[in-house]
Design a protein around this ligand. Structure first.
Ligand code: ADP
Ligand code: DP6
Ligand code: CO
Length: 376
């Protein structure tokens, strides 16, 4: 862990570039970290404004481990086309990504109208190239780092220079969880109550990472395969069919948000760990309560839950000064994230490696094939 940077996202400067035909363009590159929620966002009360059913809270991970890197090129060519290459393959932009781009182009247009003589960038073709250095769409929050990164790269490429809170709101239009990746450390996303503008549905830093420097995350990849049910579609199905979600949003999450903020303020690991595991469990319970049901956990995930549970029990059977050493949480996928304190990392890693032995591979291709990367 390094010292907390002022901002977890990094935007390269806007550079002039030349196309093969000699035309001058602008280009900027940004990087952004993932965040893994301990109180989960799952459900939108307003899809157009991307307003969540409940508040959520996450930790932003160190971006030299898991990150998205995105370059945006403002082409010399006029037009409103946008093309995206994700991990080296061209993909269609989702309607929500197009919304995000449209909103940022509008801001650029306003700026051009205000400052006469400003270079006209709002109606140029955009090329976006992004790579994630970790599995995409596998429940490791690639949409969070990816869309936060897109907002930051567009901001630089279009010369907007927007404040962080505004970039967070723009990133939310691309993916809800992305609004939290603009801030480092412990980050809440308040659901808000304004359904007309969503102005109070904002991410805010609860505490910087330096507040609790011993806090660590271990990311355990059980499968790098793309999930069958993307988060956006999954949570909409839950909103449409799960009675349990209503109970969760109205009667469980509000108190948990207060309790987790308290646990963070007091650096109370036991309270933090219990809330984290309970909330992961309840999120997967609402997935099962969706009709037809959604299963994101697999047998490896269940084994990780059993291992962490048994380890905590055995370790603290005699030493009752604490109840938990490690806490598991799972996003919308089978991959586990364990939150634990730095002093406990070596022991927990030994345990994980003993129970889930890592095969050794002759080369990267063999490894990627084993973990499912080859499919993408
Ligand atoms: P995850 O659990 O990884 O967040 P989601 O289903 O929420 O999975 O979102 C995955 C989708 O997010 C991808 O299919 C892609 O559309 C988008 N995405 C992921 N990474 C990036 C990126 N670096 N740039 C742009 N879009 C991205
Ligand atoms: C389980 O932010 O990926 O990771 O807003 O539709 O893009 P969209 O969904 P997304 O959902 C994340 C769900 C979660 C929990 C969380 O990150 O809070
Ligand atoms: Co996501």
């Amino acid at each position: 862990k390094k010292q907390a940077a002022a901002s977890p996202v990094e935007a390269g400067s806007n550079k002039r570039a030349r196309e093969t035909d000699g035309a001058v363009t602008h280009e900027a590159t940004a990087t952004a970290p993932v965040n893994i929620a301990v109180i989960k966002y799952w459900g939108k009360r307003n899809e157009a404004l991307m307003l969540p059913t409940n508040s959520s809270l996450s930790l932003t991970l160190d971006q030299d481990q898991l990150q998205s890197r995105t370059s945006v090129r403002v082409r010399a060519e006029r037009g409103d086309a946008v093309r995206l290459w994700l991990n080296g393959r061209e993909e269609k932009l989702s309607a929500r990504m197009l919304n995000l781009v449209a909103a940022m182009r509008r801001l650029r247009r306003e700026k051009e109208e205000e400052a006469k003589g400003a270079e006209e960038l709002a109606s140029r073709v955009l090329h976006v190239a992004s790579v994630n250095n970790f599995p995409t769409a596998a429940g490791l929050a690639s949409s969070a780092s990816g869309l936060a990164c897109l907002a930051v790269a567009l901001d630089a490429a279009l010369g907007l220079d927007l404040p962080r809170a505004q970039l967070s709101a723009l990133a939310r239009l691309g993916s809800g969880s992305a609004c939290r990746s603009l801030f480092g450390g412990f980050v809440a996303w308040d659901a808000g109550v304004n359904n007309a503008t969503g102005a109070d549905s904002v991410a805010r830093q609860v505490a910087p990472e330096t507040h609790w420097p011993a806090m660590c995350a271990l990311v355990l990849v059980a499968s790098a395969d793309q999930k069958e049910m993307p988060s956006s579609r999954g949570m909409q199905a839950t909103v449409d069919t799960s009675p349990l979600l209503l109970h969760r949003a109205a009667h469980v999450v509000p108190e948990r948000m207060r309790a987790i903020e308290r646990a963070i303020r007091d650096t109370d690991f036991d309270a933090f760990a219990e809330l984290t595991m309970r909330d992961s469990n309840q999120f997967h319970a609402v997935c099962l309560d969706t009709f037809p049901p959604i299963f994101y956990l697999n047998s490896v995930s269940q084994a990780v839950i059993a291992l962490v549970t048994r380890y905590n029990e055995l370790k603290h059977a005699k030493d009752s000064s604490r109840r938990f050493t490690a806490a598991y949480t799972f996003d919308a996928g089978p991959n586990a994230v364990l939150y634990l304190l730095k002093e406990d990392v070596p022991e927990v890693l030994r345990l994980v490696n003993a129970f889930f032995p890592h095969p050794s591979f002759a080369n990267d291709n063999d490894r990627d094939e084993y973990y499912g990367q080859a499919k993408k």
